[in-house]
Design a protein around this ligand. Structure first.
Ligand code: 16G
Ligand code: ZN
Length: 550
């Protein structure tokens, strides 16, 4: 009854827009052109409200569209421990968004009450200790502030809850991983007031980084890291954090480029992790001459700083992409090298990738590192769960640079017996909640420096198979259904057989041709990925697959 009352109040704020769009809360939340986001915003507010009451803990909302173009935006809800919304709740929020129709309040209300009933059946609420605890964060997009203002008003103006039971903390412009981190911290330390995020984040990750840097006698592999901030929130946050870092006079110089976050039209344009990975070339802001400096290493963040891609040039100006696959294998190698053999034997250490991982990286993990390599569906959440379920130490990365490492108590207990001070410090660099470009940057830099590994030699560990990724616009991408972790199509019927045939007829003796098709979760297209040991096969295969699709 109480909830119904609150909902009547909330529903009166509902946007009255007729909309033919079918909304889906996917692995990265809602994401689309910012002009179409009214209803997803409202649905996100409702689900966060419910989730906060249900958990009776802080729940976060991040407003961002990551690497998407400046006009897009999106929302995702963050769990008390920094994780993403559970799968069943993704369906609830999707259903809420799709039941908001113009002039059909009854349909919306019926659906809403149904959802509430399902959710709260298992967990009845007691009004007296019900409180709403919300944490907001946003990226630098021009549409992000109005969305944050709406959410602020939405929660603080609820009159059905006593004001002392409503806490809304707005952290302003933050990276997505920072918001995950601070929500987790509020929950863990049971803190109700706003914290100093810069200080908390600095203490948690920069301090161990600085301590580890001081253990490196002299920087051999490189001495400067150039960070392309994609003209996004990474620039704003790193500009706050770097003066604190420099106070410690570290040996490694960190230099920022593409830092114009004030001009939203520049976000992710000709720069950033996605640009570099997709185009396999230097972003704007780095000249070739600059990139040739053997003492420099380069990296690019994406628009909300949860992904990172490294790169460098060889002496003959060849572009060397050091992507998520390269990071996963580097981290795997570091664990193998630094952990005592009996410890390694007693735990399950492995790497989780997606179908987009280059075949050479998977072969390297299995054949050279002798580690277990698993494949999960696209979306960090899927890799995260797979790693948690299958490994004591799970390294997971998407090829696009999204990932982290997770480890369980069993590993920590085993590790504590060995008194490996340096390694324990290294472990504390890892943001286990979520892939974080800044902490991934620290991990990679420390590994390279401790192993005295030149980035060019890191690149040479294995050669990527030539590959291509293209998009295809189709009338209805929901007709494309996959199995085998997105590596094969079950629908449209017959298409997989055609793809298999195309792949087989051009295969070389090494049988390394691979091609798969899946519907994008973030754009209205299907994606075709293809790799082969022969560059010329790529166009032949993709042309034929495109024809088969159309
Ligand atoms: C989202 C995912 C990212 C994935 C990408 C794939 C999260 C937080 N983000 O951005 O991990 O690589 O989608 O996009 O999970 P696609 O479905 O359009 O290929
Ligand atoms: Zn991102």
């Amino acid at each position: 009854q109480y909830l119904q009352k609150t909902f009547n109040e909330l529903a009166s704020q509902r946007p009255r827009k007729s909309n033919a769009i079918n909304f889906t809360y996917g692995t990265s939340g809602f994401r689309m052109d910012s002009s179409k986001l009214d209803i997803p915003l409202f649905a996100t507010a409702l689900i966060t409200f419910l989730r906060s009451l249900y958990c009776n803990k802080f729940i976060g909302i991040m407003i961002t569209a990551s690497h998407n173009p400046p006009q897009d935006n999106g929302f995702k809800t963050i769990e008390p421990k920094g994780e993403m919304l559970p799968h069943s709740w993704e369906s609830y929020v999707t259903s809420i968004a799709n039941s908001v129709y113009e002039n059909d309040y009854l349909k919306f209300e019926a659906n809403m009450l149904n959802i509430i009933d399902t959710i709260f059946k298992a967990c009845p609420l007691e009004k007296k200790d019900t409180s709403l605890r919300i944490i907001l964060g946003r990226d630098t997009r021009s549409s992000s502030l109005p969305f944050a203002n709406f959410l602020n008003d939405f929660f603080t103006n609820l009159t059905t809850l006593k004001t002392e039971n409503v806490i809304v903390l707005d952290y302003g412009i933050v990276t997505t991983p920072q918001l995950h981190f601070i929500v987790r911290k509020h929950t863990a330390d049971n803190i109700f007031e706003q914290m100093d995020l810069t200080k908390e984040y600095f203490d948690a990750f920069f301090i161990p980084f600085i301590k580890l840097l001081s253990k490196v006698a002299n920087l051999q592999s490189f001495n400067t890291l150039i960070i392309d901030c994609a003209n996004g929130v990474g620039a704003l946050q790193l500009e706050k954090l770097l003066p604190l870092y420099e106070k410690h006079s570290p040996q490694l110089k960190l230099e920022l480029i593409n830092t114009n976050y004030q001009d939203c039209s520049k976000l992710n344009v000709e720069c950033g992790a996605d640009f570099v990975k997709t185009n396999q070339k230097l972003p704007g802001g780095i000249s070739e001459e600059f990139a040739n400096n053997p003492n420099f290493l380069f990296c690019s963040l994406d628009g909300d700083s949860d992904r990172i891609i490294f790169y460098c040039l060889t002496a003959d100006k060849k572009f060397c992409l050091l992507d998520g696959d390269k990071m996963a294998t580097l981290i795997g190698e570091f664990f193998i090298e630094k952990l005592p053999a009996p410890l390694l034997e007693s735990i399950k250490l492995g790497i989780v990738q997606t179908a987009y991982a280059n075949g050479s990286s998977t072969a390297y993990i299995k054949d050279v590192l002798k580690l277990d390599a698993r494949c999960a569906k696209t979306g960090v959440k899927n890799l995260h769960h797979d790693a948690v379920e299958n490994f004591d130490v799970g390294i997971y990365f998407e090829a696009n640079g999204h990932g982290t490492v997770i480890f369980n108590d069993k590993f920590m207990q085993a590790l504590s017996k060995y008194k490996l001070e340096e390694f324990e410090l290294f472990i504390s660099l890892i943001n286990q909640a979520v892939g974080d470009a800044i902490t991934d940057l620290f991990i990679v830099v420390i590994i390279l420096l401790l192993l005295k590994l030149d980035p060019r030699d890191w690149f040479k560990k294995y050669d990527d198979l030539p590959n291509t990724l293209i998009k295809c616009v189709v009338p209805d991408r929901s007709e494309f259904e996959t199995f085998d972790n997105e590596r094969q199509l079950s629908k449209p019927i017959g298409l997989q057989e055609m793809i298999d045939q195309i792949v087989n007829e051009t295969n070389n003796s090494d049988k390394k041709n691979r091609c798969f098709v899946r519907a994008s979760g973030t754009e209205d297209v299907v994606r075709i990925y293809c790799e082969s040991s022969k560059q010329e096969n790529l166009t032949i295969i993709t042309t034929k697959v495109l024809e088969a699709i159309k």
